[in-house]
Design a protein around this ligand. Structure first.
Ligand SMILES: Nc1nc2c(ncn2[C@@H]2O[C@H](COP(=O)(O)OP(=O)(O)OP(=O)(O)O)[C@@H](O)[C@H]2O)c(=O)[nH]1
Ligand SMILES: [Mg+2]
Length: 371
């Protein structure tokens, strides 16, 4: 899973990135538009350790999330119908990276600090949300218009149903964007989703708004949450409040000190834990497990994905040669202590290709060798 961290300049993107990735990328050197930071973090999962006992193995392989800290966007908000920019401010390389992510995390500055000027003159969270949304709208419109022009030419020569269909779909999207709505507001059929997947439209990606507050604002966190909670009523949008600078410092402490510090600050979960929980919910992700004599391993799927899709994630051969899967909930398995016990208690189920994998399932995929 890949998540792109975006936002206006100097709002704390790199600080959030460091808090989540527990890394040390340089903050405050105003990296906008020049480069981006990449990091892979493990998704902490307490269920792996008991599973290593069942599988009698020593190694745990957690699921991972890749973060991309994309640098800032630099111009202020414009109305798409009045003032179209010729060139977008996120540079092409960063945009191309962002098109491949599964979700966007937009860092919104709420902390006040005179030494860190805001490019738009003052701190205004709602304005920044609007302005970054517009940025995504422009970027998507630019792609759609380019493709519509191309399709028009193609359709003059060949009126294939495929081109006609694509033209129709993209026209609807264009209209949606021009009406000021993001593409994530549309219900998109599976067929259309396949058609447009390759474009990686930014306004279609699930959106996590990260409200970046100062340490002092922590006492006002309930009111701040209320202020932004309306955004959660929008499709595929979630809000999370972080004190990025503080949480970045905590992430750099050793775990025992971090724990003490968090209790003092009244934080009951680390930034990473809250971020992961919220983004899994937002994106409808679930975790399943596999195990063997070498390792116990956690994997990420979308809710509704099937056993054969899970098999494909593990190995393409498993997908092609899929016969069936043995399946058991992780808790049932760890309580039984072994597969033999689980089987004798009748807790081990056999599931076919179309079985929808459930949160916490442990799968043992049986497949024919393919070559
Ligand atoms: N007071 C205060 N300063 C913060 C907070 N979060 C970030 N900063 C400071 O704001 C400045 C910018 O933070 P960064 O994390 O580098 O912001 P950014 O969005 O990555 O900036 P660019 O990459 O330049 O767009 C740094 O000097 C940070 O120390 C905060 O919660 N409170
Ligand atoms: Mg930065």
């Amino acid at each position: 899973m890949r998540i792109g961290i975006v936002g206006r300049p100097h709002v704390g993107k790199t600080s959030v990135f460091n808090a989540l990735a527990q890394s040390n990328a340089v903050v405050g050197d105003y990296t906008s538009n020049k480069q981006y930071n990449l990091s892979t973090v493990s998704v902490p999962d307490d269920r792996l350790e008991p599973l290593t006992k069942v599988f009698q193995c020593n190694k745990m392989v957690p699921a991972t999330i890749d973060y991309i800290d994309a640098g800032g966007t630099t111009q202020s908000a414009r109305n798409p119908n009045v003032d179209r920019p010729d060139n977008l401010e996120l540079n092409a390389g960063v945009l191309a990276e962002l098109r491949t992510v599964d979700a966007l995390a937009h860092v919104v500055r709420l902390f006040e600090d005179e030494t860190v000027p805001h490019v738009d003159g003052n701190v205004d969270g709602e304005r920044d949300i609007e302005s970054v949304n517009l940025e995504f709208t422009f970027a998507d419109l630019q792609i759609i218009e380019g493709r519509l022009n191309r399709l028009e030419k193609l359709l003059q020569n060949q009126k294939t149903p495929e081109y006609q269909n694509e033209f129709r779909v993209l026209e609807t999207y264009k209209q949606t964007l021009e009406d000021g709505k993001p593409l994530r507001s549309l219900e998109i059929s599976d067929a259309d989703e396949k058609l447009i997947r390759g474009y990686g439209f930014l306004s279609q990606k699930p959106l996590l708004l990260i409200i970046n507050i100062s340490e002092d604002q922590l006492q006002d966190i309930d009111n701040i949450y209320k202020r932004f909670s309306d955004f959660e009523t929008q499709e595929q949008t979630a809000v999370i409040i972080l004190a990025a600078q503080l949480e970045m410092e905590i992430a750099q402490l050793d775990p025992d000190d971090a724990q003490i510090f968090m209790v003092e600050m009244g934080l009951n979960q680390s930034a990473l834990d809250r971020f992961i929980q919220t983004s899994y919910q937002l994106m409808g992700l679930i975790t399943f497990f596999t195990g063997g004599e070498k390792e116990a391993r956690a994997w990420t799927l979308r809710k509704g994905q099937t056993a054969v899709e899970a098999a494909g994630l593990i190995h393409t051969d498993f997908e092609q040669g899929f016969i069936r899967s043995e399946c058991i909930n992780w808790k049932d398995l760890t309580e039984c202590g072994s597969y033999t016990q689980a089987r004798s208690k009748g807790l081990l189920r056999t599931e076919g290709k179309t079985y929808q994998v459930q949160e916490g399932d442990v799968l043992n995929i049986l497949a024919n060798p393919t070559n």
